[in-house]
Design a protein around this ligand. Structure first.
Ligand SMILES: [Zn+2]
Length: 416
């Protein structure tokens, strides 16, 4: 392995402590979303360590093995993450922020990782100026074309300086489902603090690890996600960056998400009672204690053995097994549970994935029509978080004798 491809951190990015312990060791995995076309079979897809570490000083859970962006994004294909459901969610999010934290008068709202501008469109109204920051050039171009001014760059110290010079300081800064992908969290958050005007707010929407752990959602762990946050850790990070938390709200999206709001230290807003409740709950759940994660790790590996045993029995009895879903998460699941040996192929509803081959194993991905043409006996629902809509959509498969395996949150066999 080339040392330029990966680095291994031996200290905490947030508090600099070296009191670090590995708490969950998953199977080595190639970059999880690099599904390839047949003509790219010869491109090497090496596996990299996929482990979670805990800082025993501040409670930060993170991946110590960080892949270089060159490796992570070498076959990156544009695919917007914005869906119709998200648009509605973002509208009430924007209304809530403006109503409770920043009255809409002569405001600048900056969205970091602004994608195609959906979030900012929800903020747009009289008296509100919006500005996006998006590193992917095609997506930034699309946003600009649709009337959402967007800077095509990473949010660095110099980008921050440029925004202040050109537009002034921001009243609201948002970061949605991108904070866990930031390498260099402290510098990033300090830049945000710098960009904010004195009574401005910073709002972060990100995956919420304590809730995801409750449903054994270990497949949310992949190389692009460096951080697995608790509110307590976000609190520490913000404090070190000149900010303080004032609110947190837990949401159900993506198996468990959290939306936190921070202001500059010493400003007038008081911490909400729901923020204090969440901090108390995390303490009771022992999210700062390595033992909590060791127990989780044991449980995941027990589920792995159960799932493999069932697959082996079904395969030995002559059943053909395929997988439903093709994404970052399914790659983590297939590698850690060792499912590749059982799967003839995968199917997915997303046309972008159809006709491609899975990272590393090169398992072919087909459209879901194949389920009825080829008639395999068993489908492992790799995208188990969507098990209900998938099963509801394919009752016909069950009616003709097919069976679904749900690998998580607990092993289940669904059929007649
Ligand atoms: Zn730490």
């Amino acid at each position: 392995m080339n040392s330029e491809d990966m680095r291994c951190d031996s200290h905490c990015q947030i508090c600099q402590s070296d009191d670090i312990v590995t708490v969950l060791k998953l199977a080595d995995t190639p970059p999880e979303d690099q599904f390839v076309s047949k003509d790219r079979f010869d491109v090497a897809q090496p596996c990299f360590p996929l482990e979670q570490a805990l800082c025993q000083n501040c409670g930060y859970v993170f991946l110590p093995h960080i892949l270089s962006p060159k490796i992570s994004y070498q076959t990156y294909t544009y695919e917007t993450s914005v869906t119709l459901g998200l648009t509605n969610q973002y509208q009430s999010y924007a209304d809530d922020v403006l109503e409770n934290h920043a009255p809409a008068e002569d405001l600048l709202v900056v969205d970091l990782g602004s994608n195609d501008g959906t979030m900012l469109r929800a903020f747009k109204r009289d008296g509100v100026k919006v500005l996006g920051v998006e590193p992917a050039s095609q997506i930034a171009q699309k946003a600009n074309g649709s009337g959402i001014p967007t800077i095509n760059d990473f949010f660095s110290r110099s980008t921050c300086k440029q925004i202040i010079e050109d537009h002034g300081k921001a009243s609201v800064v948002t970061a949605n489902y991108m904070f866990a992908n930031i390498d260099g969290l402290l510098a990033f958050t300090e830049n945000v603090a710098n960009l904010l005007c004195d009574d401005g707010v910073f709002v972060v929407l990100t995956g919420y690890h304590p809730e995801q752990m409750k449903i054994n959602m270990f497949d949310y762990i992949y190389h692009e996600h460096f951080s697995y946050f608790t509110v307590a850790v976000l609190n520490t990070l913000f404090e070190k960056s000149g900010l303080e938390l004032i609110d947190a709200i837990a949401l159900q999206a993506k198996g468990g998400s959290i939306r936190v709001t921070a202001q500059k230290k010493g400003q007038k807003r008081q911490a909400s009672s729901r923020l204090l409740d969440i901090l108390k709950e995390e303490y009771n759940q022992k999210m700062h204690d390595a033992e909590t994660y060791f127990m989780y790790s044991k449980n995941i590996n027990k589920l792995r053995e159960e799932c493999r045993k069932l697959c082996k029995e079904l395969k030995d009895s002559g059943a053909r097994i395929i997988g439903y879903g093709a994404s970052h998460s399914t790659t983590t699941l297939v590698y850690h549970f060792g499912l590749a040996e059982f799967l003839e192929y995968q199917i997915d509803d997303n046309p972008v994935k159809q006709g491609m081959y899975s990272p590393g194993h090169h398992i072919p991905v087909f459209s879901t029509d194949k389920l009825y043409q080829d008639k395999p006996e068993v489908v492992i629902v790799l995208a188990w978080n969507y098990a209900k809509p998938i099963i509801d959509k394919h009752t016909q498969f069950i009616q003709r004798g097919g069976r679904f395996i749900l690998p998580l949150p607990a092993l289940e066999l669904v059929g007649l």
